[in-house]
Structures are given as C-alpha cells and as structure tokens.
Design a binder for this molecule. Structure first.
Ligand SMILES: [Zn+2]
Length: 470
C-alpha cells in the first residue's frame, strides 16, 4: 500500500474512519486525496504529525494529504496527559455565550459541550471560553446534541477561535470531535465570528458627524434598545431622496450579517465618492441587529416556540401585529417613509445554513433587475481591488413559489411584506435577502471580516451604479 499511518505509541489513540476519511482497508491510488482523522485514547493527548506531511500541516486534524507515487508514511504522535498542569475551565456565562459543559474529560484533556436550546429553538449556535490551557497543547472538543453536528444534518463547517476577541482564526476540522491546537492559556470559541448585542451599542456611541443619526427603532420584549442608524447628507434636501433599508440578524445565530451591516455603516461615513453620492441621493437606514434578545442570550432564534405554542420564526413574522416590537416598529417607519419617498432598496441580511455558499433570494417580480444588480455588484466587488470573491447563486422566490405555498398563512417574510406593502413599481427597485455564508465564498476561500467589509463596500457602490445605469 502506498500510504501507511502509524500511531506512536500505538496505545495513544485510534484511527477514525467513515465514508469521508482514511480507511486503512482501502488501497488509495496515486492522486487520491485522503483525510486522516485520529482520536486520542484515555490518558493520552495528540501531539502532532511527522513523516510525509505537507509543510505547515503538522498540527492539522484531520490531516489532508494527496497520495503520491512513492510509498508514504505518516506518524501520529501522542503524549501522556500531564497531571501537573492547571485543569481546563469552561465558561459560557457572558453576553452571547452559549454552551453547557457536559463532561470534563480530565484524562484526555477534552470537553464535551452541549449548546443550550434558547426558547426551544434549534440549538445551532455555541460560543464559549476555555481557560487553563497549557499553550501548545491539543484539546479534544466534542459538541453534542446540536442539529449542526448530527451526521445527517450537513451542519459541518469549521468553528472560529480567538485569543484576543479581535482576530479570529478557523479550526482545521469541520465536524465534531474537534482536535485543535491552542497556543495561549485562554481561548474564545464560537460557531462563527461573533457579533454580540453590545457591539451595536458601541457602534451607536462611535457613529458621529453630520451624516448620521442614531435612532432607537424599538425596545425589545426584554427591554433592550434596537439600534438603528440613518445616513444622509443634510446639505441636500430630503425631498425626492430614495430610501435604502438594510437590516440584519433577524436570525440571531447569523452573526456575519451584522458585520456586513456594521461595515456598511462605516463605509457610509467614509470618503469613498460613491458613499458621497449615496448620501446625497438616498436616506439609508441600517439596523445591525433586529432580534436583540436572542443575540444577547446566545440563542439561534431559528423556529423558536412562541407564547401561543406555535413555532415562530422572526423573519417569517412580518404579519400585521407581529409578535416582535422591532418588526412592528420597522413596519411603522417604512410605511411612513413610503408616503413621501420611494423605498427603492430593501436588503435583509442573513447567513444560510452552515455549509452553504453565498446566495441571494430575489422576489420573482424583481428577477430581471436582480440579475442586473448581481452583475453590477460583482463588478463593484472586483473594483474594490481585493482578491475577495463571492460565487453568486441567485434564487428567485416569491408569490407563486412552491416553498411559499407550503408555508402556513401566518408566516410572512420581510421581503414578502416589502414587495406587497412598499413596492409601487419594480423598475429601479431592488429588494432581496442576502445570504452571506458562514464558511466559504463558494470558491473555497474562508469568509473573513475583510471579506465582509468588501461585500459591504460593493453593496454601497453597486446601488449608486444601479441607479446611474437606470
Ligand atoms: Zn436567516
């Protein structure tokens, strides 16, 4: 056999294999790509790979390699767990934190963690800290009882970690159990780059100058202000200005969408000539977090159980007399704006299911201009001069759509509401849901904060160009 895997010592661990990872019974022809997954056994810790391992991959679990022509051998090293080091300490008791420690596997430096189900919603968000790490050690983290980690649920995507809460890195592994090396005594880990509620308060304190007004859109059910920002150039009269509406985080676990909104706020206050144009032509409203209570509590917000015993999804509650104050307030504001202005753009920022790539949901009535806007946006992204990309998938949805028909009548999404209540003529209008992926851009590149900044810039510039081209 061309490839062999040795465990050193043999008692230190086991090889794990399933349909996707290395199986020693299978002969792999040259050119095959294999993922080698190991698991330490009690009393041992993983300590890295040696042998025919690609440069820079000595700490990767799973280890991905391409089988060559010559025989290859990789060695998985294990070391006995030390008894003279601090114990691991688990903490999820902070804003946006979520996780219950089920077991501290002291004998193998592992933790078994279960995400808490907030309001009986799908428990697909987790966010916690681990202290007491011996820098350089590999921890074993098992996330259990979450649909995002069930084998059949296609919830795989690598979580993120940070030592300072500012710079975020990706795990190597995309599914539990995760075996990851950490190089500092404390680490913060989340399903994706977190954007806690307090960040909108900080943003509100930071946004200043003649072009922005900070508003409280509503007070949430738990008494938290829902912050909104209004951007325009007061030097140009408001009469005749278009309205641009951007909101994020109707689903609390979709943290990337709030970053997108925040970067759009910064762009709108910046010195890009396109931002200047947009400030003169439009009044832009941005709400970075709609479901503030679930974001605060670390809930996912997906399909939560309402007081009336019905499953109520925030984004499908754009009905009259919605159960959420933020939605009622948004509707009142939009309908007031609609009387004097044209609500010309309506963007509802989301993130799709974990492994999914970026997509846009465009109401059927806007199919033509949705396609046109996508082309303009892609060009605007290219023009940012970054190498940041996004593989488009346009999904045309709306009235007459099969999925819409299957939904109970009490469910109305934001874009269904907007096309029914705010849209007088589709031309020059663009209403859509932007699903910014958690993981990668469709070409295999990780989505980072830089990507989200570039997407926001492209969105702002594309709007100006969209109206220029008419
Ligand atoms: Zn969503």
């Amino acid at each position: 056999m061309a490839l062999s895997v040795r465990l050193l010592p043999e008692a230190g661990g086991t090889l794990l294999w399933d349909g996707e990872s290395y199986d020693p019974r299978i002969p792999y022809p040259p050119g095959s790509v294999v993922n080698i997954m190991i698991r330490p056994t009690g009393g041992y810790q993983f300590a890295g790979w040696t042998g025919d391992v690609p440069v820079g991959c000595q700490d990767d679990v799973p280890l991905q390699l391409t089988v060559g022509e010559a025989p290859q051998e990789v060695i998985a090293h294990f070391v006995p767990v030390r008894k003279d080091v601090p114990e691991l300490v688990f903490d999820a008791d902070f804003e946006n934190g979520n996780g219950i420690l089920r077991y501290n596997l002291r004998n193998s430096r592992g933790l078994v963690i279960e995400p808490l189900q907030v309001n009986a919603a799908d428990n697909i968000w987790w966010h916690f800290k681990i202290h007491g790490i011996t820098p350089g050690e590999f921890l074993q983290l098992q996330i259990v009882h979450s649909p995002a980690t069930e084998p059949d649920f296609a919830g795989d995507s690598p979580p993120v970690y940070s030592y300072d809460g500012v710079t975020w890195h990706r795990f190597i592994g995309a599914k539990s159990p995760f075996i990851q090396k950490f190089t500092a005594p404390s680490v913060e880990i989340a399903r994706n780059i977190p954007y806690p509620y307090s960040r909108t308060l900080a943003l509100a304190a930071e946004m200043a100058g003649p072009y922005v007004q900070v508003l409280n859109l509503a007070t949430s059910e738990k008494g938290r202000p829902v912050k909104a920002f209004r951007f325009t150039d007061p030097g140009t009269p408001d009469v005749g200005k278009r309205i641009v509406w951007v909101m994020a985080r109707q689903h609390a676990f979709e943290s990337h969408s709030s970053w997108y909104a925040e970067y759009l706020c910064h762009w709108l206050l910046g010195d890009d000539p396109f931002a200047d144009d947009l400030r003169r032509q439009a009044i832009t409203y941005i709400v970075p977090i709609m479901d503030v209570d679930n974001v605060y509590a670390g809930g996912s917000g997906k399909e939560q159980l309402g007081a009336d015993g019905r499953r109520a999804d925030f984004n499908r509650s754009w009905v009259e007399d919605s159960p959420w104050a933020a939605i009622r307030a948004a509707q009142r504001l939009l309908e007031r704006l609609c009387q004097r202005h044209d609500v010309a753009a309506f963007f509802d920022l989301h993130s799709p299911w974990y492994p999914n790539t970026p997509s846009w949901h465009i109401p059927r009535v806007m199919e033509e201009q949705g396609q046109r806007f996508a082309d303009i946006w892609s060009k605007a992204l290219e023009d940012t001069g970054t190498s940041i990309r996004w593989k488009h998938r346009l999904m045309i949805s709306g009235q007459g759509d099969q999925d819409t028909n299957r939904e109970p009548s009490y469910m109305v999404t934001s874009t269904q509401y907007a096309t029914r209540r705010l849209l007088d003529r589709p031309t020059e209008h663009i209403y859509m849901v932007i699903e910014t992926a958690h993981w990668h851009d469709g070409y295999g590149n990780f989505i980072t904060l830089d990507s989200l900044r570039a997407y926001a810039t492209a969105l702002g510039r594309a709007l100006v160009r969209f109206w220029q081209n008419g």
